[in-house]
Design a protein around this ligand. Structure first.
Ligand SMILES: *Cc1c(COP(=O)(O)O)cnc(C)c1O
Length: 462
């Protein structure tokens, strides 16, 4: 064994303690250090070390060279994109995921995939899905959408008497994927799946809304020769609008379509009795995407995909080899996901659900919604700002009341980024900013700090 490696092995518990101290120090300043550090000059990449100097030296180099330049994205005022943090239990679960270093894709191995199935069952309950849905863990909502649409592609094949998994996507001929306000990852998935970005057809939304117009969807389906795919949205990123899922499902007896619902963070509305109606009807979907590194507050990268057609999923993702288990009635995970090998990704989700339960996660969701409403109210009261949409759930979509051009919004965003991080958007042709609440640490005190920073900056750039 390499001498440095052997020395590290001999003092592994000490090294883990040192790492734990470094992690605790980083987390202790999460709420106070700059949310995004001022843009530093890019560094020239360091040369590959010929001889290593062990973990302690690597830890010191990381803390000196890289740590100060990382964002506080796990902290309470990082409101960009839709970004979760990591609850204490989720962090503990993630550490142990690396410590156990399981490849939980086969029943020949230990209980890893049973733990994953238990966790998927808990998530299914949390989001009000019936046990007609099975699910697996994937790396994020983009991969979850891609997996759902891969199953949809196979379903189209079933309707047309071909198998895209065997014969390629071209066997389907032209395909239509209909959606009101799809997330950008849908087009990416269609590109990746060989259906093509241009298969995505935008269906008109309701006036002033990002929710699809069900009557327009009905017409678009009537105009589609053959079976179609509908991508419904449960929580759009700009205004957190929800398609009327029961109304879409009600088109089914007359129209032939696969219903995939992108509920990346909107599925969490189900945890709040006051907001559960927004995502009602999710269970009628043929496939569902939910992100976990957003509102479940597990570390990157984690999401879940659900479907009612595991048989089609196995047709797409089966990985037959002499040394792997047979498909059978309960296929090993290696036959269900884009990856073959994968980490025991479920463990962080298992830990946080085991530690805090439904009520603990409901509290996070409701506190985040209250935070978004409070920031929305504060900005609405201030003549410098205007809301681009009502605060429906956990996102405030806003802009400058006067002259909201992108350069001024960039100046505003950069002026506040040490205190609060928000991200740019365009809503109905108007440039704006988004503040998304999905971190378990965020309090009303953070909301006041964010509002104050935005107000001050708006005056400064005026
Ligand atoms: C974030 C998000 C995605 C993509 O998620 P990743 O985790 O970044 O892959 C897809 N759809 C919606 C609605 C999202 O909010």
């Amino acid at each position: 064994m390499d001498r440095t490696l052997a020395a590290d092995l001999a003092r592994l518990p000490d090294l883990l303690d040192a790492t734990r101290r470094a992690a605790a120090e980083a987390l202790a300043t999460l709420a106070e250090r700059p949310v995004v550090p001022p843009a530093p000059k890019p560094r020239d990449p360091a040369p590959l070390p010929e001889e290593g100097r062990g973990t302690e030296s690597a830890l010191a180099a990381f803390r000196e060279r890289w740590e100060p330049r990382l964002s506080a994205s796990a902290g309470p005022r990082y409101l960009g994109f839709v970004t979760g943090g990591a609850t204490p239990a989720a962090l503990a679960g993630d550490w142990l995921t690396a410590a156990h270093d399981q490849n939980s894709n086969s029943s020949m191995d230990g209980a890893g995939q049973d733990l994953e199935r238990e966790t998927v069952g808990w998530l299914r309950e949390l989001f009000g899905l019936s046990d007609a849905h099975t699910g697996t863990f994937v790396s994020g909502a983009t991969m979850s959408n891609t997996t759902g649409l891969a199953i949809a592609r196979e379903w189209l094949g079933e309707r047309l008497g071909v198998s895209p998994a065997d014969d390629g996507a071209a066997a389907l001929g032209p395909v239509r994927v209909l959606s009101g306000a799809p997330h950008s990852s849908i087009a990416k998935a269609l590109s990746f799946l060989g259906l093509g970005r241009s298969s995505l057809v935008r269906v008109p939304t309701l006036p002033g809304r990002e929710a699809v117009d069900p009557a327009a969807l009905d017409r678009a389906l009537a105009d589609t020769p053959g079976p179609a795919v509908v991508v419904a949205n449960a929580g759009t990123v700009n205004t957190v609008d929800f398609d009327d899922l029961p109304a879409i499902a009600a088109l089914r007896p007359r129209r032939d379509f696969w219903l995939h619902t992108d509920a990346a963070f909107g599925a969490f509305a189900a945890l709040s009795p006051d907001h559960a109606h927004l995502a009602a009807g999710l269970d009628a979907s043929d496939s569902v995407c939910v992100d976990l590194h957003k509102w479940l507050n597990v570390p990157y990268d984690s999401a879940v995909q659900f479907t009612r057609r595991r048989d089609l999923q196995a047709r797409v993702f089966q990985n037959s080899a002499a040394y792997l288990g047979p498909l059978g009635e309960h296929p090993d995970l290696v036959h269900l996901t884009p990856e073959n090998s994968h980490r025991l990704r479920a463990l962080a989700a298992w830990f946080t659900l085991r530690a805090y339960g439904r009520q603990g996660h409901r509290e996070i969701v409701e506190r985040n919604i209250a935070g978004a409403r409070a920031l929305g109210a504060a900005l609405e009261e201030d003549p410098a700002f205007t809301l681009l949409a009502p605060v429906r759930l956990n996102v405030v979509c806003f802009t400058l009341a006067e002259d909201p051009d992108p350069a001024r919004l960039t100046a505003l965003r950069e002026a506040v980024s040490a205190e609060v991080f928000v991200t740019p958007t365009v809503h109905e042709g108007t440039a704006g900013l988004r503040a998304a609440f999905s971190n378990w640490r965020t309090t009303q005190a953070d909301v006041r700090r964010a509002a104050e920073a935005l107000r001050t900056a708006a005056r400064e750039i005026a």
